[in-house]
Design a protein around this ligand. Structure first.
Ligand SMILES: O=C(CO)[C@H](O)[C@H](O)COP(=O)(O)O
Length: 209
């Protein structure tokens, strides 16, 4: 099980300061949507240049113009990009094609999706990775799992990312989804001892490899 650190609500300098502390423990570096809005895709390029051996995910949360938006993020050095599952299947399909053409990855974010047909639709256009994501605002409203995620425990063959307020104490809540990647943002970035916390979570994930 891989550990992805999500960099959200941080300054440019804080992103690099945190990565210097936790870099050893993380497999994937996520540049959060808000960070990209504030600093542009240039920060994706800068992080990839500093950490060439890490996979860098640009959380661009595409919802239209799939081809050009994904190609732009890949041009800036992203290895993985995100597209929203509520987008038109043409948009998601264009992201999949752009990723395949460059041997990169696209993750479809299931945030707030309640459509029981979504997995069939995603499978039919060749999507391989999905993110079972409970958003920040949903977390503050007390949301736990989206019931739709249970479908991922059946005979589906997606590579599953999980995200949404995960830390070392609630990690087990997500294990039934058999995730390949566990995304942790504030559980590490807001911790007093970020290096220690990242190391602890990475060690816990190691038990499930
Ligand atoms: O994609 C995101 C927000 O849209 C976050 O990166 C993701 O939810 C992980 O952050 P946290 O662990 O702080 O919830």
């Amino acid at each position: 099980m891989k550990l992805q650190i999500a960099l959200d609500r941080l300054t440019y300098e804080e992103c690099f300061r945190i990565l210097a502390q936790v870099g050893e423990s993380v497999d994937i570096i996520e540049v959060g949507t808000g960070i990209i809005k504030e600093y542009g895709l240039g920060i994706v390029r800068d992080i990839k240049e500093r950490y060439p051996r890490k996979s860098v995910l640009a959380d661009v949360k595409i919802c239209d113009a799939g081809k050009s938006e994904s190609e732009t993020a890949f041009d800036y050095g992203a290895d993985i990009i995100t597209v929203m599952s509520f987008a038109d299947m043409n948009t998601i399909g264009a992201c999949v094609e752009a990723a395949e053409a460059r041997q990169k990855e696209v993750v479809v974010d299931l945030l707030n999706n309640k459509d029981p047909d979504v997995f069939d639709q995603l499978e039919s256009i060749g999507v391989s990775s999905v993110s079972a994501h409970i958003g920040k605002d949903q977390q503050s409203g007390g949301a736990g799992h989206n019931p739709l995620f249970q479908e991922l425990t059946t005979d589906r063959h997606f590579k599953v990312y999980v995200a949404g307020g995960i830390n070392e104490t609630n990690l087990d809540r997500y294990l039934d989804l058999n995730p390949a990647v566990v995304i942790v943002g504030s559980g590490i970035t807001k911790a007093e001892d970020k290096k220690g916390k990242a190391g602890l979570i990475k060690k816990s994930l190691g038990k499930y490899n």
